[in-house]
Design a protein around this ligand. Structure first.
Ligand code: SF4
Length: 508
């Protein structure tokens, strides 16, 4: 992170120092400007998109499941905006020795207010000297540095508040668990890692870091920080759009691939892709972005002709619930729930088939049976990533009775993605060969912005809502329709992309 001294926008400050929280502290570790903007100018942040909201919702659901692992635990009912009530309720629960664990415990000390996911009572002392285990719940599958920073701050606040912390743990999803059906085995679903010593190692730095953040927040100016690769780690900063709004269209950080190269080039005083010195080692894709020209390989036409008619254009949508829903599945296992198939005959005639599972039971068998019928025995199966192949392989693994037929499909798969990547480039790709970038550049008439669902993550979240949450049949019908139109667009996009590329290759 490059931090530059000197004033930027002057701001006026109130007399009360702003209170920090777990998330604010982590923001401050990532970037001082981020913390400053979150406290003083939150409206400048880009709101989370539908896919990000879905991830946050999944985290909430995992948190609720995690509480079931602590028999007799009690939830602090006061919400995040009811600080005084939350502090009072927590204090009452802590002095009640019959309460073995407190969920969402509110503790405030040293100018920081935290809500602890689980504060588990390990022993009762006299009169109020219980010892506690601090448990942070994450929907993650492994321990990350950011979790340890989070726990070190919480431990700091608890110690400052005079609470005896005997251990620190991270409770996370165990992807090795295979759900057998019936009641979910919470002992297996969650792994609890004791990270006490790792948290203690970081403890000594918390004081110092908090002091720096508080003094920065008390200052009259926004810290001047240049956006670079630090803005994406550990989380993409919501102020990215704000901080980069005045950057040139061909700004060096728009170069795809490793952000380290862009950081090195910035250190040499290079601001745009066009200024990259000719001797710089670039990948093939980076070179195409630098050249910024439409390019058609002489082999494109021959590559496109390797397809066999009738051409099936196939796309799956999947969802991957943290809490497994179907027997013999694991947490986060991708479960196909939908497919679309546009079939193009040699004369150009187009037929569309589609499938969407709307029941609460396992979709895989009916989905696979319908798929086999739709794909028949003939023609290429055009896809736009290796993902469809892996879904079919997983279906074959899960459904022994259909295994032979499903595996036969794999031999017919014809992937358009590497053909585009190796034989065509358009400046509007910006170095990305994802269908969402390629389509508007090659087939401008066909876009995604008229659809209610526009991304895979959003589709997965909406599917979950339609099947497991939503009770209103009108709302369910609306989601169903949106899902069908989204998947249909993906396969129609492949049809039109193949046609447009054929046209371009014909002009050589
Ligand atoms: S975009 Fe980067 S520089 Fe701007 S606030 Fe976020 S992390 Fe800091």
């Amino acid at each position: 992170m490059m931090m530059v001294g000197g004033p930027q926008d002057e701001i006026s400050l109130g007399s009360t120092p702003p209170r920090l929280s777990k998330s604010k502290y982590l923001s401050g570790l990532q970037c001082q400007k981020r913390l400053y903007l979150e406290i003083h100018h939150p409206a400048l942040a880009t709101p989370p998109d539908a896919s990000t909201r879905a991830i946050l919702d999944m985290g909430t659901e995992v948190g609720e499941w995690a509480r079931r692992r602590f028999d007799g635990g009690r939830l602090v009912q006061a919400g995040y905006r009811q600080t005084e009530a939350a502090l009072t309720q927590t204090a009452a629960l802590m002095t009640d020795h019959t309460v073995p664990a407190i969920f969402e415990a509110a503790i405030q000390a040293d100018g920081v207010l935290i809500r602890v996911d689980v504060l588990e009572r390990l022993s009762n002392g006299q009169p109020d000297q219980s010892t506690w285990r601090l448990v942070e719940v994450k929907s993650s599958t492994k321990v990350k540095d950011v979790h340890l920073d989070d726990l070190s701050l919480q431990r700091h606040v608890l110690l400052q508040a005079g609470i005896q912390v005997a251990a620190c743990a991270l409770m996370r999803i165990n992807t090795g668990y295979v759900y057998a059906g019936g009641i979910v085995d919470l002992e297996q679903l969650f792994a609890i890692d004791d990270v006490s010593s790792l948290v203690e190692e970081r403890q000594s730095k918390v004081n110092e870091k908090l002091a720096i953040m508080k003094s920065m927040l008390a200052g009259p100016t926004i810290p001047v920080v240049e956006p670079d690769d630090h803005c994406l780690v550990p989380y993409e900063c919501p102020f990215w759009k704000h901080c980069t709004k005045d950057k040139p269209a061909r700004w060096i950080f728009h170069l795809p691939g490793s952000k380290k190269l862009a950081t090195d080039l910035v250190a040499q005083g290079i601001e745009t892709i066009d200024e990259i010195p000719p001797q710089t080692r670039l990948t093939i894709v980076q070179r195409k972005v630098k050249d910024n020209l439409e390019w058609v390989s002489k082999d494109l036409s021959a590559q496109l002709r390797t397809v066999a008619f009738p051409v099936h254009h196939l796309d799956f949508e999947t969802f991957n619930p943290a809490i497994p829903r179907y027997p013999r599945t694991r947490p986060y296992q991708s479960i196909p729930i939908q497919w679309s198939n546009h079939i193009e005959q040699v004369d150009g005639a187009l037929v569309h088939h589609e499938f969407l599972h709307v029941e609460m039971n396992d979709p895989r068998r009916p989905l696979a049976e319908g798929l086999l019928k739709s794909l028949g025995e003939e023609g290429s199966i055009c896809v736009y990533s290796p993902y469809e192949k892996s879904v079919i392989e997983q279906l074959a693994e899960a459904l022994p009775e259909l295994r032979v037929e499903l595996r036969r499909l794999i031999k017919r798969i014809w992937d358009l993605h590497p053909i585009v990547k190796d034989h065509y480039y358009h400046p509007e790709f910006g170095g990305s060969f994802s269908l969402k970038e390629v389509l508007p550049a090659v087939v401008p008439s066909l876009r995604y912005d008229d659809l209610a669902i526009r991304a895979g993550g959003q589709a997965a979240a909406e599917y979950y809502r339609m099947v497991f949450v939503e009770m209103d049949w009108v709302e369910r019908a609306t989601i169903r329709e949106s899902l069908l139109r989204y998947c249909e667009r993906d396969t129609l996009a492949m049809v039109e992309l193949r046609r447009a590329l054929k046209e371009k290759s014909g002009h050589l």
